[in-house]
Design a protein. Structure first.
Length: 361
């Protein structure tokens, strides 16, 4: 049986005797050493934390399990969230598991297909809002203030508490905090959660050091970088298409206290990192996840010295969430062939690395 986040980190979470302890297998995700990008950047100790390996395919499950457990403890009848997709998938799954109703507000036309499919399959009540994420979140905040339904966006403090456990896992595996933590920033709950996790582990004496927090927004949705909300955020990375982050101030604090940065990367840089991660590391993250790898590549280009540094990139969600993006961005690899051996052989000879082409029989 999976131990899960609630039991494993019981002492470090806001639980009591009334809180139900259950798990759908969240947490304990892989930390994989880079074999290609790290060495190329002069950073042999580059690791990827695969949060897409959580039960619904994103890190949101870590916080959701705590939020749902607390909602159960409080005898809530149901939960509600606004979502760019992954929060709704997670809320819907954990609600299904626990027998709660889930209402999810989704910006119409802006959610990746896999995420919408999940919310539908898990049986959430889906309200498609003719507006963006920020508008949907404002509605949910207002509604849940006056109704006995639990808000499970990351403004619910239990979400951040659960998400901080990823910092504990990284520290346990590396025997200390890394030097740099690269992470995508949308609503800014996750960067807040990681910083809290590292600080708590440091205070408890488990870690000697603290990482520099390196957060990355998409250029068209970079309110923290610009210093003002973005009314109409635009980026291909739908999970970070957010113009007015709920945890804005906390993210700035994480950046400043850690000596880190919050910077922006373009959609082209995100797509380049997205393809590189999948084709050269075998790691298929969603575009938002690739934003932190794009950030790493950018910082390296700008002269950041990574020699002897331990660096972790948080691959926040699975690439399967956004199949349209995968197909449209890799179509050049696809070739139609006739169903005969000659056609297959010709196609394979054509695509071999040039040094191997002189073979054959
Ligand atoms: C939610 C999400 C993010 C952004 O996290 P925030 O806590 O909103 O900053 C990034 N990547 C993925 C895959 C997500 O689901």
């Amino acid at each position: 049986m999976s131990i899960g986040v609630l039991q494993r980190y019981r002492e470090l979470l806001p639980l009591n005797e009334e809180t139900p302890l259950f798990s759908m297998g969240e947490g304990d995700t892989p930390l994989v050493r880079s074999r290609s990008i790290g060495p190329e950047l002069g950073c042999p100790d580059l690791f990827f934390k695969l949060e897409g390996c959580n039960p619904t395919g994103s890190f949101k499950d870590r916080g959701m399990v705590v939020a749902i457990a607390k909602a159960m403890e409080e005898n809530s009848i149901g939960v509600m969230c606004a979502s760019t997709g992954n929060t709704s998938a997670s809320a819907a799954a954990y609600s299904a598991y626990c027998g709660l109703a889930a209402w999810v507000l989704i910006p119409k036309g802006e959610v990746a297909l896999g995420k919408l499919a999940q919310a539908m399959a898990y049986g959430a009540r889906i309200l498609l809002v003719d507006g963006n994420f920020d508008a949907a979140l404002a509605l949910v905040r207002e509604f849940t203030q006056h109704n006995p339904i639990t808000l499970v966006n990351s403004v619910n403090p239990h979400r951040i508490e659960g998400q901080k456990t990823a910092a504990f896992e990284i520290s346990d595996l590396l025997d200390d905090a890394p030097d740099y933590l690269f992470i995508p920033v949308g609503n800014a709950g996750n960067i807040t959660a990681y910083w809290r996790g590292f600080v708590e582990y440091h205070q408890l004496g488990h870690n000697d050091t603290l990482p520099r927090m390196m957060g990355f927004q998409a250029e068209g949705a970079a309110p923290i970088v610009r210093g003002e909300p973005v009314a109409f955020p635009q980026t291909i990375a739908s999970a970070i298409r957010i113009g007015n982050p709920a945890s804005w101030k906390q993210a700035e604090r994480a950046r400043d206290q850690s000596g880190g940065v919050i910077d922006a990367v373009t959609d082209d840089e995100i797509l380049e990192a997205y393809r590189m991660l999948a084709s050269r590391e075998g790691i298929f993250g969603e575009p938002a996840s690739a934003a932190c790898v794009a950030g790493l590549l950018k910082m390296r280009r700008n002269g950041l010295d990574l020699a002897g540094k331990r660096v972790v990139c948080i691959i926040t969600g699975s690439g399967l969430k956004d199949p349209d993006m995968a197909v449209s961005s890799a179509q050049a690899n696809t070739l139609e062939v006739k169903p005969n051996l000659e056609a297959i052989e010709a196609a394979i000879m054509e695509s071999l690395p040039s040094g191997n082409r002189a073979t054959g029989h």
